[in-house]
Ligand binder design. Structure first.
Ligand code: FAD
Ligand code: SF4
Length: 456
């Protein structure tokens, strides 16, 4: 039996809409896909999952049509299955090591996870809402996947958990970064609300480092603190023309689109609706910005990337979808200058051609610039998506917190404790920009360190 394909919105329809692209498996598809699983004794897929979901266990329940039971198996390890089923790069994790992947027919674990989580959202009753008698009190800074997953494991252990979030809505990148057509916000808030129902308290508009410091939190009686403030500070290129009107960082562009709903005519959030857009970079962020610009009405959207398609770091599914939607990928190219018109707006860009050299420290071939081979491209908007660094506010307000030159917090490898005792950190603020599931893994690991430290 072959893989069940994920049904998707028609290309012409979705290019002009922020509706979710993937439609999700039907019950019949989910059962057929689940029945292909071999329930391997050594289950390599579980080892490929950073949060250790019992993958064969939940898939078996799906094959028997017991979808709620499948959900409860997943929920033991993950508080964000509907999110992860949509955005995890499964092809480099659980699905990569599935024994059936050797024949390119691996189980679509992510699609099944999404099916089960969506089934639960529609039909499920939620799990224990027991009132805990809290013995310990922990503060979490940041409500992205790292903070939420830490909160999940702490509340399960009977701790009081208060999350302090700088923005007016929780979720981190899930709310402000990843667009609606990939990750509907109703899904994100449903999973966050389940945590709130279990007793997690989320305090929004609270900027730690400004509104309150870590010392304030300690004096408020928190016995441990987890910092999961992410890596939301955009990098720029330092090239001429970056200050022109019409140049955005991908973070600003996507925050306006997602968190501030610039795509929705009922909102007044200003955003440039350009005709020709160049997005610089090749990761998920670049693809999200490019596909959002298309949906805002751009006639032509280019992705300018220094390497080739083989090295694109974004999820495979997003590359396919972007190509189907007509996004033009210009490989082996580097932006050198943005040239403006007489009114200070972007008019065109100058790029240099590249070739691939020997592998660099990332293991990918190093892009080498051909200084004498350049070209111009007419565009009226440029979105820079070349990476981000950790949000610096907590670090700037604490002398005793150690960090790398790039501003990543330094933690003990086994416990994730920072240089300040009882203060832990994890997710993008430690690793730099990574993935949802790695941030969740870090949140879990820190929760377990906190539990064993406080219960000692
Ligand atoms: P974040 O999600 O960044 O959350 C940190 C939170 O802390 C934020 O809400 C922030 O407002 C808050 N905060 C910051 N400073 C303070 C402060 N001083 N006080 C209080 N709160 C504070 N990963 C995938 O796996 N798959 C994808 O498809 C994918 N697509 C992506 C698309 C985009 C556009 C972006 C930007 C990232 C994408 N990623 C993807 C990466 C993934 O989202 C991140 O790795 C993940 O969200 C990191 O989680 P985190 O909890 O460490 O940080
Ligand atoms: Fe099923 Fe693949 Fe895991 Fe084997 S490795 S149990 S086939 S998902």
């Amino acid at each position: 039996m072959n893989k069940q394909l994920m049904p998707a919105l028609d290309v012409q329809e979705r290019m002009h809409s922020f509706e979710e692209v993937n439609l999700g498996y039907t019950k019949k598809q989910a059962i057929m896909e689940a029945k292909r699983c071999l329930n391997c004794k050594h289950h390599p897929c579980i080892l490929g999952c950073p949060v250790g979901i019992d993958i064969p266990g939940f898939i078996k329940k799906v094959s028997e049509g017991l979808f709620e039971e499948a959900y409860h198996i997943i929920a033991r390890s993950s508080c964000l299955p509907a999110v992860c089923g949509r955005v995890c790069p499964q092809e480099t994790q659980c699905e990569k090591v599935c024994v059936l992947s050797k024949t390119k027919n691996g189980i679509s674990i992510g699609h099944l996870e999404r099916f089960v989580a969506d089934y639960h959202i529609k039909h499920g009753k939620d799990v224990d809402l027991s009132i805990h008698k809290y013995e310990y009190k922990v503060a979490i800074v940041g409500s992205g996947p790292a903070g939420l997953s830490c909160a999940h494991d702490l509340i399960k252990a009977g701790f009081q958990v208060d999350i302090y979030e700088a923005l007016h809505l929780p979720g981190g990148v899930l709310s402000y970064g990843i667009p609606e057509f990939r990750l509907p916000k109703s899904i994100v808030f449903h999973e966050i609300n389940q945590l709130i129902d279990k007793g997690v308290n989320i305090i929004t508009n609270a900027i730690i480092g400004k509104t309150l410091t870590l010392k304030d939190l300690k004096s408020m009686g928190y016995q441990a603190i987890f910092i999961g403030t992410g890596a939301g500070l955009p990098k720029f290129m330092g090239i001429p023309g970056e200050m022109l009107n019409g140049v955005y960082s991908a973070n600003e562009f996507l925050t306006r689109v997602n968190l501030m709903k610039a795509y929705d005519k009922d909102y007044t959030t200003p955003i440039l609706k350009a005709k020709k857009v160049a997005v610089i970079g090749g990761g998920n962020v670049a693809l999200d910005a490019a596909r959002s610009a298309l949906r805002l009405g751009a006639k032509k959207v280019y992705i300018i990337y220094r390497r080739t398609r083989n090295e694109l770091p974004s999820r495979l599914e997003e590359i396919h979808h972007a190509e189907e939607e007509g996004i033009e990928f210009i490989y082996l190219s580097a932006l050198k200058e943005i040239i403006g018109d007489n009114h200070g707006f972007v008019h065109h860009i100058k790029c240099n051609k590249m070739t691939l050299g020997n592998p660099d420290s990332s293991g990918r071939p190093r892009p080498v610039e051909n200084l004498n081979d350049s070209y111009h491209l007419d565009v009226d908007e440029v979105i820079i998506a070349i990476g981000t660094t950790p949000n610096p506010l907590v670090l700037q307000s604490e002398d005793d917190l150690n960090a790398t030159i790039e501003g990543c917090l330094m933690v003990h490898h086994d416990t994730l404790e920072t240089s300040i005792p009882s203060v832990y950190a994890g997710g993008d603020v430690v690793t730099g920009s990574a993935t949802v599931i790695l941030a969740m893994e870090a949140g879990k690991k820190a929760a377990h360190s906190i539990i064993s430290q406080l219960k000692k």
